[in-house]
Design a protein around this ligand. Structure first.
Ligand SMILES: *Cc1c(COP(=O)(O)O)cnc(C)c1O
Length: 364
C-alpha cells in the first residue's frame, strides 16, 4: 500500500456530485468573473468565519498584499511576521514595498513568539502578521495586546486554518483583517488558485473590493492603482459546495490526528500539541520532529509512506531575502532540520491511517 502525504483526487471523488453540479451551473450561466457565485460564497464564508465581510481574491498571497494596500502600508513600513511559514507570507509583504521583519516561534506550537515580537517593534512598525501554521491558532491574546499597546494593526494569515478557533472565535475574525488561501491542498481548497480577505470593518472592506478589481469604484473609473485579483465564478461555486463539507472534513482530520497522537505517545518523536485552551486547531498538517529526520523519511518511503517537509528553508534564509539584514532565529533554524509532515487528509481511510502508524512504529 502507498499512502501519499496528500491526495487531491480523492477530495473530488468524495464530493463529486456537488462539485459537478456547481461547475455545470457556472458553465451554463455564461458569467465567469464577479457574479452571483462569488457573492454567494462571500456571504457563506463570512457567516462561517463570523465576520461582516468576506472579499474573494485571486490567491492567499494576493490577499495579504491587498490587505496591506487597503491599510495604506507600503514603502518604508515594517511588518512583523514569522520566518517559519510558506515564504509566500513574506512575499505578500514585499509586494507592497514594505519590509518583513522576521521573528522566532514557540518551540512547541510553531507559531509566533509574542516576546520576540515585542523586541523588534520600531517607529517604522505598522502591523503584526501572525500565521496560524499547520492549523494551530497563534497566541492571539498576547499579540492583540501588544498591537493595542503600540497602535499596530493585526492581519492574520489564516491560509492553513479554515475553521480553527481561539477563545471560541474563528481565526480570521480576530485581527483587523484575515487572509485566506484556497490553494487546492488547504483545508478548504479550490480546484485552482483562490483566496479571500475577511473583516468586520466596513470601510476597509470597501477598499479591498475596489483594490482587487483594478482600483475601480465603478466600471471604467479607477480611483486608485489597484490590482487584478478576483476569485472567479468557477472557483467560487466549487468553494461554496465544498464549504458545506468543511466541518466534517475537519472532524475527520482531527480523528486521524488523535489516532496518531495516541499511537505515538510512547515514541521519542516530538508530537504536535493538541487541544490546549483557548486553542481549537484544525490539523492542516500533522508535523512531528524526529532526531534522524532524513533517515526516518527514507525508511517511511521504503514502506510506501510519503512525507514532506513544511518548510525546509525559512523565509529569512531564502536567497530571495538574503539581501535583507536579519537576526538569527535559533528555534526556527533548529526545528527545520527535524520536522517531518506525516500523511493527513480528510479522505484517508482507516487502513491507510493504520499503515502509517505501523510503518512509524516499526522504525522506532
Ligand atoms: C498557502 C499559503 C499562503 C499562500 O497562499 P496562495 O494561495 O498559495 O498564494 C500564504 N501563507 C500560508 C501560511 C500558506 O500556507
Amino acid at each position: 500500500m502507498t499512502v501519499p502525504q496528500a491526495d487531491l483526487k480523492s477530495r473530488y471523488e468524495s464530493m463529486r456530485a456537488d462539485i459537478d453540479v456547481a461547475v455545470q451551473r457556472v458553465l451554463k450561466s455564461g458569467w465567469f468573473i464577479l457574479g452571483k457565485e462569488l457573492e454567494g460564497f462571500e456571504r457563506a464564508f463570512a457567516e462561517y468565519i463570523g465576520v461582516k465581510h468576506c472579499i474573494g481574491v485571486g490567491n492567499g498571497t494576493d490577499a495579504i498584499e491587498i490587505a496591506l494596500r487597503a491599510l495604506g502600508i507600503g514603502v518604508g513600513d515594517e511588518v512583523i511576521t514569522v520566518s517559519h511559514t510558506a515564504t509566500f507570507t513574506a512575499l505578500g509583504i514585499t509586494a507592497v514595498g514594505a519590509t518583513p521583519v522576521f521573528v522566532d516561534i514557540n518551540e512547541r506550537t510553531y507559531t509566533m513568539d509574542p516576546t520576540d515580537v515585542a523586541s523588534v517593534i520600531t517607529p517604522k512598525t505598522k502591523a503584526i502578521l501572525p500565521v496560524h501554521l499547520y492549523g494551530y491558532p497563534a497566541e492571539m491574546d498576547s499579540i492583540m495586546r501588544l498591537a493595542t499597546k503600540h497602535d499596530l494593526v493585526v492581519i492574520e494569515d489564516a491560509a492553513q486554518a479554515h475553521g480553527a478557533r481561539y477563545n471560541g472565535k474563528r481565526v480570521g475574525s480576530i485581527g483587523r483583517l484575515g487572509c485566506f488561501s484556497f490553494y487546492p491542498s488547504k483545508n478548504l481548497g479550490a480546484f485552482g488558485d483562490a483566496g479571500a480577505i475577511t473583516t468586520d470593518d466596513d470601510a476597509l472592506a470597501d477598499r479591498v473590493k475596489m483594490i482587487r478589481n483594478g482600483g475601480q469604484s465603478d466600471r471604467y473609473t479607477h480611483l486608485v492603482q489597484g490590482v487584478n485579483s478576483r476569485c472567479d465564478e468557477m472557483q467560487a461555486a466549487i468553494l461554496s459546495a465544498e464549504l458545506r463539507h468543511l466541518e466534517s472534513m475537519n472532524a475527520r482530520r482531527k480523528a486521524i490526528a488523535q489516532r496518531y497522537l495516541q499511537a505515538f505517545s510512547q515514541s521519542d518523536l516530538v508530537l504536535p500539541v493538541s487541544a490546549v485552551p483557548p486553542h481549537d486547531e484544525v490539523w492542516h498538517l500533522f508535523v512531528v520532529r524526529a532526531k534522524h529526520r532524513d533517515e526516518f523519511r527514507k525508511r517511511l518511503e521504503a514502506q510506501g509512506v510519503q512525507t514532506q517537509i513544511h518548510y525546509p528553508t525559512p523565509a529569512h534564509l531564502q536567497k530571495a531575502f538574503t539581501a535583507q539584514p536579519h537576526r538569527s532565529l535559533p528555534i526556527t533554524e533548529r526545528i527545520v532540520g527535524e520536522i517531518v509532515t506525516l500523511p493527513l487528509y480528510a479522505e484517508m481511510n482507516d487502513a491507510q491511517v493504520e499503515a502509517v502508524i505501523q510503518a512509524v512504529l516499526k522504525i522506532l
